[in-house]
Design a protein. Structure first.
Length: 255
């Protein structure tokens, strides 16, 4: 009947709206971000997409230029997703990072005007190629953000009390501004340019702070610096100005 048809049409519209607003990754399986079949309701979401599914680790691939108009949520309790950008640009107002891995391959760009916001019970990580970039601030409210690879650090970073950013790999700090009551833990190499400022607690854990240019001494302001690893650490070509410094274990070489 016509009434029955109208009812089915209304239900279809309601279902479509609910699917669009739920924006949930359907299962803990690998898939393409822009593939509608991977999402609850069979629609690629624009409103609050959430990549969070309890179960085994899985990877969601952004394989083409993608623009979102609302925040992207990555991870959750007992969820282990990897968001992989394969040399493309993902533009999103903000990325709320609760668990898992953000991976940027060669040439990939993540444009987050409102920033990457880490609220994690444990550790999350960014794995990045040296030719990739993140445009926007990074805010770590809880947990630890481990930065692997060689991502150029051009961001304003805020680290809350009892939170950490761990630099593991080789990173070039380009006019960075890192602040907060939390800890910046340097495990690998951090090279500094002329405009870098670290108003946070720095833990050298077998890491090295270096000038980014041969025969050029850089200046670096830090709130505090602690050497807390049995592995040797070093500062070379950098004039460090620090309010408090301590060596709990290990050695620190200054050149």
């Amino acid at each position: 009947t016509k009434q029955h048809a109208r009812m089915k049409s209304k239900l279809a519209v309601i279902y479509t709206l609910l699917a669009a607003t739920s924006a949930q990754w359907s299962n803990p399986v690998n898939g393409i971000f822009n593939n509608a079949n991977s999402w609850v309701g069979g629609i690629v979401p624009d409103l609050n997409p959430t990549i969070d599914s309890i179960g085994d680790p899985f990877t969601v691939v952004v394989d083409k230029l993608t623009f979102l108009t609302s925040p992207l949520n990555l991870g959750g309790l007992q969820s282990y997703p990897t968001l992989l950008l394969t040399g493309n640009t993902l533009s999103v107002p903000s990325l709320n990072f609760a668990s898992g891995i953000l991976r940027l391959e060669k040439g990939a760009v993540l444009n987050v005007t409102g920033g990457i916001n880490v609220n994690a019970a444990g550790s999350v990580s960014i794995q990045a190629d040296a030719t990739s970039s993140i445009i926007g601030p990074i805010n770590v409210a809880s947990g630890s953000l481990v930065m692997n690879g060689a991502l150029p650090i051009k961001n304003k970073m805020q680290i809350n009390n009892n939170a950490n950013i761990v630099l593991n790999g080789t990173h070039h700090a380009i006019e960075c501004d890192i602040s907060g009551e939390g800890n910046l833990q340097i495990v690998g190499d951090l090279s500094i340019d002329a405009g870098c400022n670290i108003d946070a607690n720095v833990d050298l854990m077998g890491g090295n702070i270096l000038s980014d240019a041969t025969d050029v001494v850089r200046s670096l302001n830090m709130k505090s610096m602690n050497v807390i690893s049995n592995l040797p650490s070093s500062i070379a070509g950098v004039d460090v100005r620090v309010l408090n410094a301590s060596i709990a274990s290990g050695t620190l070489t200054i050149a």
